[in-house]
Design a protein around this ligand. Structure first.
Ligand code: ZN
Ligand code: ZN
Ligand code: FE
Length: 754
């Protein structure tokens, strides 16, 4: 008889809740190996006995044949003497250090979908069908290891059939923690605005479908929180939703029943198709086709459409019965975080929704729909939430200190560092409302709790007034404050696994500068653990601060008065849209420097230029001016630019926009199209990047900050930088906007500890 050996294997990574143990079980039994496998909080443990040749085979086949959605970060093995196991078993979970990876929630797999629509299946039309390849994870887990008693499914006792699936290693639902069926699992109810039950289960579903057909607004308890749904082809209903939600302009996303239906309304390439049908199933920004079959209120003046496919059986069941796409937007008032609890939803959404389709599977943490845009033939995540969070970003550096980063103010996310992995929270949102602050605290506690994480250092933005910075200061721990745009650059570096030195181009709306003015048009030379501001845009006044952000005509007035020396010289048509009282007020503010903070932001320059040429008189969301200007270009191809000047000999150089604005005034008077003005403005910004890149003598150029969500700007910058033999880097799995700040702060924390 051949000599037996025992192999001990420890696998770390995304290996829980993905069918990893049944895979190991099947592989071991196929090779006739004995031993056991179990889950611990730090990963999967295996002991197997057999002949060394077979054991080698077993080891080699693990990474080759692992379940598709799992990810192995490390696999360690050691040889031991045999202990004569007689069978192969899946053992109960053991505890240990919590380093296993919690998986994001995954969209319904094709096997489950087939069952939901098969009349003879016991899960026919069951909205909570799932298996180890799909279903809720992050939204239901209370603590590691990922086992049913640690999820919000703990109160549902499985029926005999479900239990049998759960215990059978050869079943797709072996240890599928949210496993359920119509007999034993969560159920639907339809409520009116007072919370009275109108219908249950399938009746609730059918009444909801009818309500949507009639143009009603439905609040749906989805996977990571409430969504507001309405018929996307019904103009009146969409208008009503905008009114009730206090969201006049910001684009709504649409959910379509199928890829084919999307293709009727939008242009779509292969990568976009892959993204839509991926387990993450995000909202993808697509170019919409010209014929308008949709309510124009969905995305006013916007050639793009945010679309997604159903990601849960409940969404599939709704859409399957509708012959129109539905608006699916977060269940909240503008600016507030998404609601997760039905009682709270009733309270917060009663003035928005007509009906509430709810269920009794608790949502543990709010997770919004993610948003992705294809940029230079790669996907760029704009909002990182469902399907992506809390999957970690693996760094090429590490720290033994536990670092917590509290992020910025807008589009807030937080992050924790464990060794070389950064766990970034889902998108939390703007920290300006009490609701958002509550959500910030909840996400903080739940992320810390999930990974048993106690911070030793906190990193926050340098802005003293950010609520996130104030939270950091209240924690009684050593604090590192990081300049906003430096954090943007470090975030992009980390997202590209790149090291300094680099030239960082950090353009956004607002960020607190080290000279106490507002920055946002920055060129930062980043070295090992510091940065130098080598160039920035010529600062201008922001009359009324936030008021100017909401009414960019004020920015236009400010810039034009500097260019022309006097506001009375301004002769552009947009002036006529400003009331004389308001005009005089702003003129006075400008001439007397009353409440006119100084800003060097490219985002605000975009707003000002948009307003100057008669676009975006009044905006209701951050970045609206820049978006309008980007979309104005449409398909126009031109190489034209405006002249500009770079002033100064010593750093920081000043990028003077005087000639750009003069060119725009001239073009406007000459009745050159907005399309061409917008393209020339973008092209000029790109040439400025090339110019400063050449002066910096750095090869690697980082494009970061909210302005680089702009496809035209980013793609042209990449193209031109490559033509000039630079290596451009931009964001991929972490957003270029302030959603990426927390990752940059973690990097700054690591660098400072070194
Ligand atoms: Zn499934
Ligand atoms: Zn059951
Ligand atoms: Fe920013």
């Amino acid at each position: 008889m051949k000599q037996l050996k025992r192999l001990e294997i420890i696998i770390k990574g995304a290996v829980q809740g993905v069918g990893f143990r049944p895979f190991i079980y099947r592989l071991a039994t196929e090779l006739n190996l004995k031993g056991w496998v179990n889950n611990s909080a730090s990963g999967v443990f295996i002991e197997v006995e057999g002949t060394p040749t077979i054991l080698e085979q077993f080891l080699a086949r693990i990474p080759q044949e692992k379940p598709p959605i799992s990810q192995i970060n490390s696999l360690e093995s050691s040889w031991l003497d045999p202990v004569d196991y007689t069978s192969f078993k899946i053992r109960h979970s053991s505890s240990g250090e919590k380093t296993a990876i919690v998986l994001p929630d995954l969209s319904t797999c094709s096997d489950c979908l087939q069952e939901v629509f098969a009349p003879n299946n016991r899960r026919y039309l069951y909205p909570f069908t799932n298996c180890t390849n799909c279903g809720p994870r992050y939204t239901i887990i209370e603590e590691l290891p990922y086992d049913r008693p640690h999820t919000t499914m703990k109160s549902f006792t499985m029926c005999e059939s479900c239990q049998a699936e759960y215990e059978n290693p050869l079943d797709r639902r072996f240890h599928a923690q949210p496993n359920a069926c119509p007999l034993c699992g969560p159920r639907l109810q339809l409520w009116d605005q007072k919370g009275e039950i109108l219908a249950q289960e399938n009746d609730a579903l059918n009444l909801s479908i009818n309500a949507l057909k009639e143009g009603k607004i439905l609040a749906l308890k989805g996977l990571g929180g409430f969504q507001l749904l309405v018929n996307g082809r019904n103009r009146e209903s969409v208008q009503q939703l905008r009114q009730r939600k206090h969201r006049p302009h910001k684009p709504f996303a649409l959910m379509y029943s199928s890829l084919e239906a999307i293709k009727q309304d939008c242009e779509i390439n292969e990568l976009e198709e892959q993204l839509l049908t991926s387990p993450q199933a995000p909202i993808v920004l697509l170019k919409r086709k010209n014929h308008l079959h949709l309510s124009p209120e969905i995305t006013p003046n916007n050639p793009y459409l945010g679309v997604m496919l159903p990601s849960t059986p409940l969404h599939h069941l709704l859409l399957h019965n509708l012959d129109f796409p539905i608006v699916a937007t977060s269940g909240n008032l503008a600016g507030e975080p998404i609601c997760i609890d039905e009682k709270e939803a009733l309270n917060r959404l009663k003035n928005i929704a007509d009906l509430f389709l709810v269920h009794n599977r608790p949502i543990l943490r709010p997770v919004d729909d993610s948003v992705v845009r294809v940029m230079a033939e790669r996907d760029m995540i704009i909002r990182r939430a469902r399907g992506y969070a809390p999957f970690p970003i693996t760094l090429n550096t590490h720290s033994l200190t536990n670092i917590l980063a509290v992020g910025g103010h807008l589009k807030n996310t937080i992050a924790i560092l464990k060794n070389n992995q950064v766990f970034i929270s889902q998108h939390i949102g703007d920290l300006s409302t009490a609701e958002a602050l509550k959500s910030f605290n909840q996400v903080m506690e739940s992320l810390k709790g999930l990974y048993d994480f106690e911070p030793e250092i906190i990193v926050c933005d340098a802005h003293p007034d950010y609520l996130s910075s104030q939270y950091a200061k209240g924690q009684n721990l050593p604090i590192i404050t990081v300049q906003h745009h430096y954090a943007h650059v470090l975030s992009c570096l980390a997202n590209n696994n790149l090291n300094a030195p680099v030239l960082g181009v950090a353009w956004d709306g607002t960020g607190y500068g080290q000279d106490q003015t507002i920055w946002g048009g920055e060129f930062l030379l980043v070295r090992d653990n510091n940065y130098e501001r080598i160039a920035h845009f010529r600062p201008f006044k922001l009359p009324g601060g936030d008021k100017a952000v909401k009414d960019p005509r004020r920015i236009a007035l400010s810039i034009l008065s500097e260019v022309l020396g006097d506001t009375n010289q301004i002769k552009l048509p947009f002036l006529e849209t400003i009331e004389s009282k308001e005009l005089n007020l702003v003129k006075q503010m400008l001439s007397r420097n009353l409440n006119t903070p100084i800003i060097s932001s490219v985002g605000r320059l975009f707003d000002g230029v948009a307003a100057m040429i008669g676009m975006c008189q009044n905006i209701t969301f951050e970045g609206q001016g820049a978006m309008a200007l980007e979309y104005a270009i449409d398909e126009l191809k031109t190489e034209k630019t405006y002249p500009y000047q770079i002033k100064g000999i010593n750093y920081p150089l000043i990028i003077d926009w005087q000639l750009i604005i003069e060119g725009i005034i001239e073009d406007n008077l000459q009745k050159i199209s907005k399309q061409e003005i917008a393209a020339k403005f973008h092209n000029t910004l790109v040439e400025i990047i090339i110019d400063i890149a050449q002066k910096s003598h750095k090869k690697n150029i980082i494009l970061t900050g909210g302005c680089f969500q702009n496809k035209y700007l980013t793609e042209r910058a990449i193209l031109r930088l490559r033509q000039e033999k630079f290596a451009p880097f931009w964001h991929h799995t972490v957003p270029p906007n302030d959603g990426g700040i927390a990752l940059g702060q973690i990097m700054a924390g690591i660098l400072q500890k070194k």
